[in-house]
Design a protein around this ligand. Structure first.
Ligand code: NAD
Ligand code: GLY
Length: 359
């Protein structure tokens, strides 16, 4: 097992990455000090892993299991309310720990429930998708969608630990594995050129789910994310680069209807659009742009957006949390391994990027 520490003073916590961690009773129990526990998961993940967790914990803990419907379309206020209802019906108090057992949807909504239930209770993350292991479970962004915009309601709230068991990725659908690879590739693009090269050599092995390669990819991704979050926990600056491709991608997700495009697919296309605009600006070479596109294609990710008009793209991108005084800020490339947040792009080239359908 590898451990990455995320250093945030009183909010510091470990990220454990390895095989068979869901069977490691002591590891899980060490991070749940009190008797009452609520495991929050969804129908799909429950069918694979809920019983495993109950077997480990039920001798010593009083457990409430809350099984949510599955899907991005349910990352909303109604589902959040279901969690509050179950906690209150079961007389949960401030000593309860929540366990998020699932992908990014379960992790984000459970984290937000933990941040807000009785003004804050402990929670731990047991991410079960590649995307949630490398990104959403780490760094404390929690929240839900609003029908007018993705992740619009939320809080920064750090978990007590993250337990990433690589074995659970065996049951993940191929499309979901690829969606996770989009966030992995993101770290190479924004700040780690040697990781990008490593991915160019190992992408097919990752798609084959070679456990050693998956562990290395998760560890290197989490290390990159930990470094960024440690230097800018509340996103007043550098953390924004973690949003490479997201301003385009969130617009694709919202315009298509939540759940039609997987989050990882939408941001992969968004990163390809950002790379194209960066090339048009002369900030990356044509060869670098081709390398970026080719890695996403090899990871079985889409690179072309759906039919969205320029105006609709602009309206949705305006809602982005990085927008300041109506100016859309974008994360763009300045070479492979370097990204910046900027409003200093050429508006005509930006609109041409939104118009382009074949990248
Ligand atoms: P998801 O949570 O919807 O999971 C994808 C699918 O895989 C679901 O159907 C789920 O039931 C299933 N699943 C989960 N684990 C499984 C397993 N081990 N075996 C079989 N099936 C499994 O999607 P996701 O890609 O994990 O997360 C996307 C969400 O994460 C989006 O809402 C996005 O906004 C959010 N996100 C948040 C952050 C953050 O910093 N908080 C970062 C990136 C993404
Ligand atoms: N996934 C973006 C962030 O954590 O900031």
């Amino acid at each position: 097992m590898k451990t990455i520490k995320i250093n945030l003073e009183k909010r510091s916590y470990p990220i454990y990455v390895g095989e068979s961690l869901l069977e490691n009773q002591d590891l899980i129990k060490d991070h749940i000090p009190n008797k009452k526990v609520a495991i929050i998961t969804n129908k799909t993940v429950a069918s694979f892993y809920l019983q495993k967790l109950l077997d480990i914990l039920s001798a010593e803990k009083e457990i409430i299991s809350i099984v949510l419907p599955d899907g991005e379309a349910f990352k909303n206020y109604e589902t959040l309310n279901l969690i509050y209802d179950e906690l209150l019906k079961n007389k949960a108090d401030r000593q309860i720990s929540l366990i998020a057992l699932g992908g990014g949807v379960v992790g984000d909504i459970t984290g937000f429930a933990a941040a807000t239930f009785m003004r804050g209770v402990d929670f731990i993350q047991i991410p079960t998708t590649l995307l949630s292991q490398v990104d959403s479970s780490v760094g404390g962004k929690t929240g839900i969608n609003h029908h007018l915009g993705k992740n619009m309601i939320g809080a920064f709230y750090q978990p007590k630990c993250v337990i990433a068991d690589i074995n659970v990725l065996k049951t993940l659908a191929d499309k979901e594995l690829s969606a996770g690879l989009a966030e992995v590739i993101k770290y190479g693009l924004i700040r780690d050129a040697s990781f990008f090269e490593w991915l160019e050599h190992n992408i097919e092995g990752l798609i084959r789910r070679d456990p050693k390669l998956l562990i290395e990819a998760v560890v290197r991704s989490c290390q990159n994310k930990a470094d960024i979050v440690e230097s800018d926990e509340f996103e007043s600056g550098i953390r924004a680069i973690l949003n490479l491709g997201h301003t385009f991608g969130h617009a694709i997700e919202t315009a298509s209807g939540y759940g039609k495009w997987l989050h990882g697919e939408a941001i992969a296309t968004g990163m390809v659009m950002a790379a194209y605009l960066s090339e048009q600006m002369g900030w990356i070479t044509e060869e670098e742009n081709e390398r970026i596109k080719s890695l996403f294609i090899r990871a079985n990710l889409p690179i072309n957006p759906p039919e969205i008009s320029v105006q609709e793209f602009l309206d949705l991108m305006q809602l982005d949390k990085k927008t300041k005084e109506d100016q859309i800020n974008l994360v763009l490339q300045q070479g492979i391994g370097k990204a910046i947040l900027t409003s200093n792009y050429d508006t005509k080239k930006f609109h041409n990027t939104l118009k382009k359908k074949d990248f």
